[in-house]
Unconditional design. Structure first.
Length: 212
């Protein structure tokens, strides 16, 4: 399984069978190059412009944007209800966490999670091999909360997303404060994950922006 970062909360995930998934696509208003990459499946965590621009993805992908169990193209995708803020969505609404299962691996994309997880959510999410987590704060959990959520889930790999870069002017922070919790983190062009080569303790990987 290969994971590439297209900017913000958008990743291109290539599954072992060759199918591809794009998470939370955005349009050009955000500032990053538009993620106009073909995909079989698109997940949308919530209905904000920087996460729901399905129309930029070429072709006719299956779109998953609700909680519950789904099987687009035979791929198991589970949506878990959460919120975009720490006050049960009263500020920014709902957020869907997605767990993608393929090739014996489980990827968890937290979308714009705005709070630490409760016992019900932890039970619904289950074991995580790769955690894609917002770390920039203000609109989502910040570095300290993101580190706490990572500890709650105990993934094999954690990949930060939704943080400040030169492409965007959002009032959020960069990834450094979060990454201080993971000495020896790696910077990679892509993350390749196999079920027989997982680290024993959580390893952090900062992905470079991928240009198709």
């Amino acid at each position: 399984m290969k994971i590439r970062w297209l900017g913000h909360a958008c990743f291109l995930i290539e599954l072992p069978d060759g199918k591809t998934i794009i998470t939370d696509p955005f349009d050009r208003k955000l500032g990053y190059p538009e993620p106009a990459v073909p995909a079989d499946i698109v997940t949308v965590s919530h209905q904000h412009f920087d996460h729901n621009a399905v129309e930029v993805v070429p072709g006719k992908p299956d779109v998953v944007q609700k909680e519950g169990r789904h099987s687009p193209g035979g791929i198991a995708v589970t949506g878990v209800l959460s919120h975009h803020d720490p006050v049960k969505g009263s500020l920014r609404g709902r957020n869907i966490i997605f767990i993608i299962e393929a090739g014996g691996l489980r990827i968890c994309h937290l979308g714009d999670l705005g709070h630490v997880l409760d016992k019900k959510q932890l039970g619904e999410i289950g074991a995580v091999d790769v955690l894609l987590i917002p770390v920039g704060g203000h609109f989502t959990v910040g570095p300290a909360e993101a580190a706490r959520v990572t500890g709650q889930l105990g993934p094999k790999y954690v990949v930060p997303m939704h943080y400040k870069t030169d492409y965007i002017d959002f009032p959020i922070t960069g990834p450094d404060e979060f990454l201080k919790n993971f000495p020896g983190y790696r910077i990679e062009k892509e993350l390749t994950v196999t079920g027989d080569d997982l680290p024993e303790t959580t390893a952090a990987v900062l992905l470079e922006l991928y240009s198709p």
